[in-house]
Design a protein around this ligand. Structure first.
Ligand code: NAD
Length: 355
């Protein structure tokens, strides 16, 4: 197994260093994982004038998965759009056709205080939002601003999904549910939008191949409400690009701790890019304060979804649970006035908990 490690900018190198230590520890215990690093984002731009150099793409192509830190920083904000750090990430998604975005929202009992919701509503929450990432109204043509027949200017976009696009994300959802509690809720607006009635019909058809999985459907307005009212009713939520954009941010904030949340973006072959959902945190970069747990948990997702090592994934997640139970906290997840540890010490604790 080979993993391309792309640390990126800001806190990216600090947090990926801790995840790499975890992978190396698993390697020492018998898991054959080769690691190769390559620059991306602003760091790559500084070195070569390109946020995604051809050599970095080549390293990723030779790998089974990408471990990605974060990109961006204020020093790059005035660059032309094509040279900006985030283009490195967007081009990687496009190059590898990463159409399925998996974002778990987990609330560890010890961190339930960090949520703005009541602890009893969120404690123990473990849901997965699966967002289609390459279709929908964000990419549909035609789009633009025109003058209509009445002589008034109007803006327009096109919501569009092909059957094959819906089928592949539905398969991903049912297969992900098999690795969890076996329930999928498909979110749409089938009462109003033709495209999403079609979405519902196709998801229902694909479900015939997964009789072991329970499928339900929910309108997006109700889903937005239910996520706040009773989020623990969900296991896997699958939805289109626009609804997923909004619901995944809503779900991540149920946890209240951005430094804890991993993500995966997968293609049809199971190749994936794994990254924390947070950015490069320039305000704390280089200070050894960043929480590495979202990146370490992204590594666990990589072991589960791309490297097919569920036992190793379970071990990494159990190690994270253990350090939280032991009371270790980086500043972002600590209750005020309580002692905190830095990035390296948190990595040390996870390694010790791995055994
Ligand atoms: P951010 O997620 O970087 O930071 C928001 C806040 O959360 C900051 O106060 C930061 O210190 C804190 N934070 C984030 N991650 C943390 C961690 N692991 N541990 C402790 N605290 C953490 O968002 P932002 O400030 O809006 O953006 C900063 C830069 O990151 C921008 O250049 C933006 O474009 C980029 N960005 C990149 C990605 C990505 O690489 N996928 C995603 C979002 C933002």
């Amino acid at each position: 197994m080979k993993v391309a490690v792309l640390p990126g900018d800001g806190i990216g190198p600090e947090i990926t260093a801790q995840a790499v230590r975890v992978l190396k520890a698993l390697g020492n215990q018998g898991l054959a994982i080769e690691l190769e690093s390559a620059p991306v984002g602003g760091t790559a731009f500084d070195l070569s004038g390109d946020p995604l150099p051809a050599a970095t793409i080549a390293v990723c192509e030779s790998a089974d998965a990408i471990l990605f830190g974060s990109v961006g920083g204020p020093q790059y904000d005035t660059l032309p759009r094509a040279q900006r750090p985030e283009q490195g990430l967007l081009r990687l998604r496009k190059h590898f056709d990463l159409f399925a975005n998996l974002r778990p929202a987990i609330v560890y009992p010890e961190l339930a205080h960090a949520s703005t919701l009541k602890p009893e509503v969120v404690a123990g929450l473990d849901l997965l939002i699966l967002r289609e990432l390459t279709g929908d109204i964000y990419f549909g043509q035609p789009r633009g601003v025109r003058t209509n027949e009445a002589g008034e200017r109007e803006g327009f976009d096109t919501m569009r999904y092909t059957e094959s696009e819906i089928r592949r994300i539905a398969h991903t959802a049912f297969q992900a549910a098999r690795k969890r509690s076996g329930r999928v809720c498909s979110v749409d607006k089938a009462n109003v939008l033709e495209t999403t009635q079609f979405w519902r019909d196709v998801v229902t058809d694909v479900h015939k191949e997964y009789t072991d999985i329970a499928l339900s459907h929910m309108y997006v307005d109700n889903a937005a409400m239910q996520l706040i009212r009773n989020p623990k009713q969900f296991d896997v939520i699958v939805t289109g690009n626009m609804f997923g954009d909004i619901l995944s941010d809503e779900a991540s904030m149920l946890t209240g701790s951005i430094g804890m949340l991993p993500s995966a973006s997968l293609n049809a072959k199971g190749f994936g890019l794994y990254e924390p959902i947070h950015g490069s945190a320039p305000d704390i970069a280089g200070k050894g304060l960043a929480n590495p747990l979202a990146t370490i948990l992204s590594t666990a997702m990589m072991l589960r979804y791309s490297l097919n090592q569920p036992a190793a994934a379970d071990r990494v997640e159990a190690a994270v649970r253990k350090v939280l139970a032991q009371g270790l906290r980086t500043a972002d997840i600590a209750e005020s006035g309580r002692p905190t540890v830095g990035t390296q010490a948190m990595g040390d604790a996870v390694l010790a908990a791995l055994g």
